[in-house]
Design a protein around this ligand. Sequence first.
Ligand SMILES: C[S@@+](CC[C@H](N)C(=O)[O-])C[C@H]1O[C@@H](n2cnc3c(N)ncnc32)[C@H](O)[C@@H]1O
Length: 281
Amino acid sequence: MHFYCISTALQASIVESKEMLESSSVLLFIVFVLLFISLLFVVLIRKNGTAALIWHEIIKEKITNFIMNQSKERRILNFVLQNAVRGDPCSVMETIDKYCSEKEWAMNVGDVKGVILDKTVEEINPKVALELGTYCGYSAVRIARLLKAGACLLTVEFNPEFAAIAKQMIEFAGVQDKVKLLEGPSEVIIPQLKKKYEVDTLDFVFVDHWKDRYAPDTILLQECSLLRKGSVLLADNIIFPGAPEFVKYIRNNPRFQCSTYPSYLEYMKVQDAMEKAVFLG
Ligand SMILES: C[S@@+](CC[C@H](N)C(=O)[O-])C[C@H]1O[C@@H](n2cnc3c(N)ncnc32)[C@H](O)[C@@H]1O
């Protein structure tokens, strides 16, 4: 009887330990799978532009905005106001680059493609320049700091929050006398440039707004007679996210002479390029 009790208790404890072992192996398996997925996601974010943008622009940004009750663009501006030197455009650019490479990714042209932009502006030495897509004003500050006395940059932004932030950024950088921010959609602003903003022709256009507007706005610039022989367009993000319609249009157009500048997506190791197109008249 005594032996029977011991053996039943032993059997019960074996069954119990088996169950525990099974449930802990299931738990261990789940932890392992989760770790594997996280690792895969981290690798994917580093190597793949789309995954990186989904993470930075959708998941991480939305969560941070919710927690801080503030937009990423406002955080960028605040970081600049607290850490950059007022009236020093290079300090403003460096501070934005520092924030966006170390803390939160953002769609500024960035320090790497920024060098291509600088070289193009220096080479053209534009009197009248146009930028399509201001965002927080990073590239506007970058271009404006290179403009000679009497030259100006018109920059177009349709998002009122971004326009307000860019205005403060441009003023803080001390380049407000060289930059005119035009708020509204490019397709509305471009036809107004001649009459409302007294533009004759444009020497340089930095094309950096939504990619599906690159081709139609390039056509619109020509229809509005805003390009002259020698006007230069520089288009960002030709590879990532990509502007295939524009690339097809411009490279097959005998009125433009094109060159491609391979580079990397801002603050990432993802391939990108800029397209320079000289209008031949
Ligand atoms: C890539 S960001 C510009 C980045 C900026 N050029 C820089 O490097 O600092 C694109 C911006 O274009 C604006 N945008 C997109 N389509 C537009 C349009 N059709 N008219 C005006 N602004 C537009 C977006 O709101 C966004 O702020």
